[in-house]
Each structure stands twice: as structure tokens, then as C-alpha cells.
Design a protein around this ligand. Structure first.
Ligand SMILES: Cc1cc2nc3c(=O)[nH]c(=O)nc-3n(C[C@H](O)[C@H](O)[C@H](O)COP(=O)(O)OP(=O)(O)OC[C@H]3O[C@@H](n4cnc5c(N)ncnc54)[C@H](O)[C@@H]3O)c2cc1C
Length: 332
């Protein structure tokens, strides 16, 4: 099957007095055609949705639709999807739990793939090692480790992401990082090859592992150390309390900016007097300056305008260039 996307053209019937306007692609129709091609290619258990709003799939709850949203049922489906997109020149983006993403209001062209089906979310334990699919929630990883009396993974409990998103972001909290606690990684290369490799071979920095901008994480093996389950549970509860005391409860994407060398981004934003500042339906949280929250009716444009304002003020008044931790994707 040739993987081309049919682009329905507008009707050319019309006035003789003026030339027809140039044919522009009708996006919903293109999305429907793309989804139909994907359904024909993937297993019946795969989920394929056309023109799927991404606001409902990100924690900030803003952003336009993906042309096609796919949940493959198996690794084979995923390889097929990758091959289809490569052959058809359709962009492919992985979505974890959407907790570090700011999707622009125009949405994402091409395919958004989510590893949400059972084949990708399994968490199993063998001795001191815990293997988790890339779609598994970090909370599930931490709780499974606790149930098996394995310490060292408590810090993952309150990070609302998936294993795949945490690998890409080298997520961390309470002085620990994901790359401190993983031994092995399974991933899909851009050529469709599935590889397992020691995590130590893959460089990661503060809040980033660029290897996963091109490779798609499939699973990771975490290493815990034996401890009493009650002691682990107590540490998790303490971390949890600290989060609830210091972070807002409204929808957000966590910390918007990476911490600059000089001081934490939250303190800088507070010192700039921007806590509580609103644009449209978005607000700089009055609880934590580095969180931008959705008051219920925000658009991505509101959040982007707040980001711009903070960066401009930080640069002008303190000479500090703030870099976003949240990833900004999609079209205006
Ligand atoms: C309330 C709140 C608190 C937070 N606290 C913390 C915290 O304490 N520490 C911290 O580090 N972060 C924190 N975050 C941010 C976020 O939870 C982490 O960055 C998390 O790792 C993102 O995971 P995700 O699955 O949501 O990824 P997404 O946001 O869906 O995606 C993030 C990036 O990962 C990529 N990606 C996702 N899955 C894969 C995959 N399988 N293979 C390759 N790339 C993939 C995406 O394409 C994207 O580039 C917080 C967020 C919120 C909303």
C-alpha cells in the first residue's frame, strides 16, 4: 500500500468573474483520511482517532487537535506506524501523560502516538529490578517498588508523568534523577529497530536526555534496594505532603522554566512581582512562581504570553535568560 495522504480540494465550481481561490487543504478531512489509512494498516486493537483535541490529554489542559491520535496495541503496530509516517512524510510525535507539554492552539500536524495500551504499561518485579513499559505512570512504578519493599524510587511518586516522558526529561525530584536509578533501556530507533542497552551508555543532563528526541523509549529497568515497605511508604508520604504544601492544585505543566544558575526560577519570578499576574485565563500561581496555572478557560496563547512577559522582565531587570523546561509544541 502506498502511504500517501489524500488531500481533498475545495470545490472549483463558482463565479466566472473571478478566478477560484487557490485550493487549500481542508484539515478535518485530511485528518479523517489519515486516520482511515492508519486504521487499515494497524491491528484492530489499535486506537486511531482523527482530529483529536489535545487539551484533554495534557495536564495544562490547553492546545488544539492532533491530525491523528494513535494508541498502538503492540510493538509491531508501533513499528508499522513509524514506517507509515516515514514513507508518507507525516510527522510523528510521542505523547506521554502530557505533563511537560504546552501544545499551541493550532494543534499538532501529523500523528501523535501514545503508549497507553496494556502492552506498554506493564510493571514487573524480579528481585531488586523493576521493569516498566514506557507508558507506565511514574506513580505506579513508585507504588510497585514500595509493595515489593524496594527503596530508591520514592521520588517518582509525585511526578505526574510516564516512564517515557521521564526518560526524555530526565525527570527528578528531592535530589534524585531518573537516570540515577535505571540500568537498562529498551527503545525504537528512527529506522524501526528495537534495541536494549545499558542506561549508562546514554548521556543525560539536568531535565533533558536528547537521545529521546529521535529514539522512542519502550521500557526501562529500574534498580531498587531492599528496605522495609513501611519506611518507604513514610518517605513517599513526606514527599507528597511537601508537594501539596508548595505546589498549586490547578491544572499546570509543572515548572515552566529550568532553574537558572543564580537562583530558583520560582524565587526570581516572585522577586519580579509577577506572582498572581494574569493574562486571559492563565495565571502565575500565587503558591509557586514557576507554575503557570489554567484558571479554567485559558488558551495556549495566554500561557505563551505569560512566558514571554516573565522572560522579558527577567532579562531586562536581572540580566537572566530563562529557558523553558516545559516543551512548547504545535502550531499557532
Ligand atoms: C504538577 C506537576 C508537577 C511536576 N513535578 C515535576 C517534578 O517534580 N520533577 C520533574 O522532573 N518534572 C515534574 N513535572 C513535569 C513532568 O511531569 C515531567 O517532565 C515528566 O517526566 C513528563 O512526562 P510525560 O509522560 O507527561 O511526558 P510528556 O509531557 O507527554 O512529554 C514530554 C516529552 O517526552 C517525550 N516523550 C514522552 N514519551 C516518550 C517516549 N516513550 N519516548 C521518547 N520520548 C517520549 C515527548 O515527546 C515530549 O518531548 C511536573 C508536572 C506537573 C504538571
Amino acid at each position: 500500500m502506498t502511504a500517501t495522504i489524500e488531500t481533498p480540494l475545495r470545490s472549483t465550481a463558482g463565479s466566472h468573474a473571478r478566478p477560484d481561490p487557490p485550493a487549500t487543504p481542508d484539515r478535518p478531512a485530511r485528518s479523517t483520511a489519515l486516520a482511515a489509512q492508519l486504521r487499515a494498516r494497524l491491528s484492530p486493537a489499535a486506537v486511531v482517532l482523527a482530529d483529536e483535541p489535545l487539551a484533554r490529554r495534557t495536564t495544562l489542559k490547553v492546545g488544539g487537535p492532533a491530525d491523528a491520535y494513535v494508541e498502538p496495541a503492540t510493538e509491531l503496530d508501533l513499528v508499522e506506524l513509524l514506517e507509515f509516517c516515514r514513507a508518507a512524510g507525516v510527522p510523528l510525535r510521542v505523547l506521554g501523560r502530557g505533563s511537560n507539554l504546552l501544545v499551541r492552539d493550532g494543534g499538532i500536524r501529523g500523528v501523535v502516538v501514545s503508549l497507553a495500551q496494556p502492552a506498554f504499561v506493564r510493571v514487573t518485579v524480579t528481585g531488586e529490578r523493576l521493569r516498566a513499559g514506557a507508558g507506565a505512570r511514574l506513580k505506579e512504578v513508585a507504588n510497585t517498588a514500595r509493595r515489593h519493599a524496594l527503596a530508591g524510587l520514592e521520588f517518582l511518586e509525585g511526578i505526574p508523568g510516564s516512564v517515557g516522558g521521564a526518560l526524555r526529561m530526565n525527570a527528578g525530584a528531592h535530589a534524585s534523577w531518573v537516570f540515577d536509578v535505571i540500568e537498562q533501556i529498551r527503545y525504537l530507533t528512527p529506522d524501526g529497530e528495537v534495541i536494549e542497552r545499558p542506561a549508562g551508555d546514554i548521556p543525560a543532563q539536568y531535565r533533558s536526555c536528547s537521545f529521546f528526541t529521535t529514539n522512542l523509549a519502550l521500557a526501562a529497568v529500574f534498580r531498587g534496594r531492599p528496605d522495609r515497605a513501611e519506611a518507604i511508604g513514610e518517605r513517599m508520604a513526606a514527599f507528597n505532603r511537601r508537594r501539596w504544601d508548595t505546589q498549586p492544585r490547578q491544572p499546570s505543566a509543572g515548572c515552566i522554566f529550568k532553574n537558572p544558575a543564580a537562583l530558583p526560577a520560582g524565587r526570581l519570578i516572585e522577586e519580579l512581582g509577577l506572582k498572581g499576574h494574569r493574562i486571559g485565563g492563565a495565571e502565575v500561581s500565587s503558591v509557586h512562581g514557576n507554575f503557570l496555572v489554567n484558571l479554567g478557560h485559558a488558551r495556549a496563547a495566554d500561557v505563551l504570553a505569560l512566558i514571554d512577559l516573565i522572560r522579558t522582565r527577567a532579562q531586562a531587570e536581572r540580566g537572566i535568560l530563562l529557558e523553558t523546561e516545559v516543551e512548547i509544541v504545535g502550531e499557532d
